[in-house]
Design a protein around this ligand. Structure first.
Ligand SMILES: C[S@@+](CC[C@H](N)C(=O)[O-])C[C@H]1O[C@@H](n2cnc3c(N)ncnc32)[C@H](O)[C@@H]1O
Length: 257
């Protein structure tokens, strides 16, 4: 996403899918982390243990309508299980054949290679990953393998219908990929897509960098954009950023009011 040479590329508008397809085609993907961020795994692990609240209730209770006792039993099982075949164990992916209905439904917009989508689906989450670049969709499907390829689809974040109600929207290098003029539309769309209690959680590129992509932002700007519809629950440092984002990536969690 840093600019090697403008002449190297035919497309210069990051609001267009061709811009991104050309970069995937030419192997210019400096944002690609080749895996999932640690802070993402920590958050998703907390969700699996029922330690995160979506819609005002612990997640294990939200989706399945389980009684509190059943939720506690699940939490105990998840905390104490050493069984690598347990589909909900945070450190033990096992490609469950069906999503766990108690877990939040996740949307990953601008998914790129979709490493996080794979992690989530292998841990039992229902995931919808979208990207408007057909080349990105192709590389994501390859990364996901035949058994999970269908969780990715070609779609524009600003104009698509989710397959189901979404509880968690995961952000990484999507906001910073958009031309800054699109930020109010991003905030409005996030608010439209999430029900009350739903969460926008992920990584934001917080630095002064007006040219891009990646385009930098500030915490002040994020609050201005998101505060009307979201409450900011948490901000965390990120300790395993790739060089391009080192020291300027922040994990933020926003809950839909
Ligand atoms: C910098 S890449 C990030 C990919 C991925 N999130 C990651 O962390 O590796 C930005 C991605 O967003 C996609 N994108 C940009 N605008 C989009 C839109 N309006 N709808 C869907 N995808 C979009 C691009 O095609 C590209 O794959």
């Amino acid at each position: 996403m840093s600019q090697p040479s403008r002449d190297q590329f035919a497309f210069h508008d990051p609001a267009r899918p061709e811009f991104w397809s050309e970069r995937f085609d030419k192997g210019f993907t400096p944002w690609d982390q080749h895996g999932v961020p640690r802070v993402f795994e920590t958050f998703a692990g907390d969700v699996l243990r029922g330690d995160r609240v979506f819609g005002g209730m612990p997640v294990a209770a939200v989706q399945g309508g389980h009684a509190a006792a059943a939720v506690e039993r699940d939490r105990h099982r998840l905390r104490t299980s050493n069984d690598p075949n347990d589909p909900s164990h945070p450190s033990s992916p096992s490609s469950p054949s069906r999503p766990d209905a108690r877990l939040p439904h996740v949307l990953i917009p601008g998914c790129g290679r979709a490493y996080e989508a794979r992690w989530l689906v292998e841990h039992g989450f229902a995931v919808e990953a979208i990207d408007f670049s057909p080349t990105a969709v192709a590389v994501a499907r390859e990364q996901l393998g035949a058994s999970h390829a269908d969780i990715v689809r070609e779609a524009d974040f600003f104009d698509f219908t989710p397959a189901r109600e979404i509880d968690w929207i995961y952000e990484r290098t999507f906001f910073c990929a958009l031309p800054p003029a699109m930020r109010p539309a991003y905030a409005d769309r996030m608010a439209d897509l999430l029900p009350r209690g739903g969460v926008l959680a992920g990584l934001f590129f917080v630095t002064h960098k007006p040219s891009g992509p990646p385009f930098g932002t500030s915490l002040d700007e994020l609050h201005r954009l998101l505060d009307p519809a979201f409450e900011c629950l948490r901000e965390r440092e990120v300790d395993d950023s790739m060089a391009l984002f080192a020291g300027v990536e922040r994990w933020l969690e926003w809950r839909r009011r």
